[in-house]
Design a protein around this ligand. Structure first.
Ligand code: SF4
Length: 84
């Protein structure tokens, strides 16, 4: 059975991952700077980002492994700059 992601920023359609633990919330469009949220923050405007969640978790795993100097091997490989 597929486990549904928790309703956190990391699994939200409005989230743009930047670091392994944080990113921008773009629920309000057109701002010159977007508020920074932690990956496990949440709010009432959460929307499921679907497959993006797995790409993001793969990217985080890859970054963490790279920072530890380990050989990187994740399900989705390393995906740099998945979002702009
Ligand atoms: S703060 Fe709310 S709308 Fe913004 S990314 Fe997190 S869950 Fe989504």
């Amino acid at each position: 059975m597929i486990q549904l992601p928790k309703k956190i920023c990391l699994s939200c359609r409005h989230f743009s991952l930047r670091e392994i633990d944080s990113g921008y919330c773009k629920v309000v469009k057109g701002l010159s700077t977007y508020p920074i949220k932690l990956v496990d923050d949440t709010c009432a405007q959460w929307l499921n980002c679907g497959q993006q969640y797995f790409i993001r978790t793969g990217w985080i795993k890859g970054r963490m492994a790279q920072e530890k100097g380990e050989k990187v091997n994740t399900e989705s490989g390393i995906i740099w700059k998945t979002e702009q």
